[in-house]
Design a protein. Structure first.
Length: 90
């Protein structure tokens, strides 16, 4: 499993921008691969994909709160009303 931690590389030392990861704190050495990021503002707090998705869904909910549906429970009941199924006799 790959895990990403925010850090700055200064010479041959890493400076953690957040808390030191638990797996790393007590280890003598851990193999890592470093990816150089271009034009990334590390002063901004990092957000997980889940946090970004949650914020996007909240914005959608706010934007759609005055939708034509009105009460979503009533709309769902109306849409899901029983109907005759093709090829079946009542």
């Amino acid at each position: 499993m790959l895990t990403t931690y925010r850090a700055l590389l200064r010479g041959n030392h890493l400076e953690w921008l957040d808390e030191v990861p638990v797996q790393i704190a007590d280890a003598d050495e851990i193999p890592v691969q470093i990816t150089i990021l271009e034009e990334v503002d590390l002063s901004l707090p990092s957000k997980t994909q889940g946090q970004q998705m949650s914020e996007a869904l909240e914005q959608l909910a706010i934007a759609n709160k005055d939708s034509k549906i009105g009460d979503p429970l009533l709309w769902e009941r109306e849409v899901r009303k029983d109907r005759e199924l093709p090829g079946r006799v009542g």
